[in-house]
Design a protein around this ligand. Sequence first.
Ligand SMILES: [Fe+2]
Length: 507
Amino acid sequence: MLTRRALLAGGASLAVAGVTAPRTVRAAARRAPLRDLFRLGVASGEPAPDGMVLWTRLATDPLAPDGLGGMPRRPVPVRWQLAEDENFRRVVRHGTETARPEAAHSVHVELEGLDPGAEYFYRFRAAGDLSETGRTLTAPAPGSRSRALNLSFTSCADYQSGWFTAYRRMAEDHPDLIAFLGDYIYEYGDYEHRVRDQAGGECLDLAGYRLRHAQHKTDPDLRAAHAIAPWAVVWDDHDVRNAWAGDVPRRRRAAAFRAYYENMPLRRAQRPAGAALRLYRSVRWGAVANLHLLDTRQYRDPYACTGRSGTVGPDCAERLAPGRTILGPEQQDWLDAELRESRATWDLLGQQVFMMGMDWARGPAEGWSNEGWDGYVASRDHLAATVDAHRRNAVVLTGDVHSHWAGQISRDHRDPGSKPVAVELVTTSVTSAGDGRDEYPDTRNLLAENPHVRFFNGRRGYVRTRISRREMRVDFRSLAYVTRPHAPAHTSGSFVIEPGDPALNPA
Ligand SMILES: [Fe+2]
């Protein structure tokens, strides 16, 4: 019997009753020996009540400098199976997809017609190799009131900055869904002081982005997190280039987008067309929650006042200008409609950058980030008004700032302490910024000057939630260190949010 723990350990070898390679696979295997094809693991994503996406990418040499994983420049057939049990005695779907060199031998299997609210197991086979087994789930049926959602989320996994232990600890919780909120890779070249060596230099072209993604997927902790639950991903700046805001050359953006799609368990609807990729979409979890995934990178107006990312003072009036947008008009219209039509208890907004107002300057001085929603106040005001008008229980899930924060988003930007309309939960990073510490010398001042901000922790980790129609329980999970492997995780803060009151109650 294959246990979950063995599954997490990865590389479990399985007896493969009933899986025989088709003739084409055997013929391909005869032409050239392909070994260890599944070194990038398996993944699933985009759960719906009747299906999800299954993903893998073949690579015999993940760190090959051309980003093609050591694969021959020919298509390779990949068999897949989906079963109700982890021993694959009850296979409910199977098929063959072609891993093509023009897609870096990635495979996206988009399934429909499955049972709602069900657990499944899947695996792939190619040229005689068998992948590890992944666990995945379908979402509950529309309107279903039965199941709570165990959702974990994190962001910012810089390979050079440390070990991906946070992914391992997330996997050990067996969540139903993992949301990743941006910076899955970092495009940077080599640091002088680094914990782990990365392959390749700065990502500038398709080969560079493909190679960086491949190296991440060789990490056993990340692979365990992908194998345990479906993911819903959005990107942030480093998936393309630091602090980008529409100013990246189209060629580089297209390369980053293409590698992102190839390496993520996304639906065909998210396949890029050149330098455009529609990443905003919703994942629905019965009557419990709608998770709206936003893209605050691709359509934002240029940075206010300075033209570049930074902290701006009270003389920066442009950040308050009506009509400034961080979502772009089409995405904002889409989100308005989602919130207007939502009947779920909770509307979760998975997105990249700090949304609540935050004065980062000590004392009477003011300092606002023009990269987060403070730089696009009209967009935040519009969203706050929409949430308020439709009486939605909105919880914003945010990444980017490499520390845990919890606070409230207010109806009126001029008064961050005014009527709260939503709660914001900001996850720390997987590794970015190194080990960190619980608090910094400035932390108490920041919290005192921003009373709507209720919690901070400056270590690495993730956020774990359990969401039912009655309440949302939140645990901020923190790691003692990431510059060495195997750190334990502990809960540094716990809150309960109740429908009808956007407040962070002590758990
Ligand atoms: Fe980051």
